[in-house]
Design a protein around this ligand. Structure first.
Ligand SMILES: O=C(O)CCC(=O)C(=O)O
Length: 276
């Protein structure tokens, strides 16, 4: 459809964004809603975000067991780690599933890897966050978790913050992920929280803006196929430990996105939780 000037309603207008117009203030449409007020102040001690040398997975059995323990602990506490020196995806994926149970059932290394190899998807997101005149008034991305098994991320500047749920006696705290050269950030996604029946946490994260510099991040999300259901493996379920999540697929997640506003804090994984 065209207006009286002959412009199509689908025409993408250039030179119209807040950045291109060099606005010295944050327009209302970008302002952070009150519901995003930090649940607690940012923790400036970024040292606590674990950096793990993945190449040690190729070392002796003892060394390897040590790395798997470190990965497991990071996935339980944060749902996040920084991986250096390795083929991060394959090796961390294998270690995460191995630590999580035997290799011969629904959740083991071979099972998850072969499902990923057969039908798995990789989605690449290239995010560009222009400088913001008032970084306290807007966010690059609102708090969310990823509907993937894992997400691997590369950033040119700091800005990524993860929520550390057990900090401060359980009230939680945002932690700024430090920029360490040559290191990839690995997020545990909703799929792995379900696969581990809640042992590993799908990390809630958000992106803050920089007053002077443009931030760019490359996020590679790895998940099962569109209709492939992720469920809690029967090996993890017994009378004391019932299944805590319903099964779901990527397509179910997309349906949820159509019907809900995740910018208002809605999380798909919350709809999967089975109440006691
Ligand atoms: O830019 C970042 O650091 C995070 C990107 C992200 O969370 C996403 O693409 O879902």
């Amino acid at each position: 459809m065209e207006n009286e000037k002959g412009e199509s309603s689908s025409t993408f207008k250039m030179d119209n964004s807040a950045q291109e117009r060099s606005l010295p203030y944050v327009p209302d449409c970008y302002a952070v809603p009150p519901s995003y007020e930090p649940r607690d102040a940012l923790d400036s001690n970024s040292e606590i975000v674990p950096t793990i040398d993945i190449s040690r997975l190729k070392s002796s059995d003892d060394e390897r067991r040590g790395v798997i323990q470190e990965l497991s602990s990071a996935c339980q506490r944060f749902g996040f780690f920084q991986g250096k020196n390795g083929k991060v995806l394959r090796r961390s994926e294998e270690s995460i599933s191995r630590d999580n149970g035997s290799d011969n059932g629904g959740l083991g290394r071979d099972n998850l890897s072969s499902r990923m190899d057969k039908n798995g998807m990789q989605v690449m997101a290239v995010n560009c966050y222009p400088p913001c005149p008032d970084p306290t008034a807007a966010l690059g991305l609102p708090p969310h978790s990823d509907y993937s098994c894992i997400t691997i991320l590369l950033q040119n500047l700091t800005g990524l913050e993860i929520f550390h749920p057990s900090a401060h006696g359980g009230s939680g705290r945002w932690v700024l992920v430090p920029e360490v050269k040559g290191v990839l950030k690995v997020h545990i996604g909703d799929h792995v929280e379900v696969l581990s029946n809640g042992l590993y946490k799908s990390v809630i994260h958000k992106v803050t803006l920089n007053e002077e510099k443009t931030r760019i991040s490359l996020a590679s999300l790895h998940s099962l196929g569109m209709d492939d259901k992720m469920s809690v493996p029967y090996q993890l379920v017994n009378n004391e430990n019932p299944a805590r999540y319903r099964e779901s697929s990527f397509n179910d997640f997309l349906d949820f996105l159509v019907k809900n506003d995740i910018s208002q804090g809605e999380r798909f994984i919350d709809t999967l939780r089975i109440k006691d």
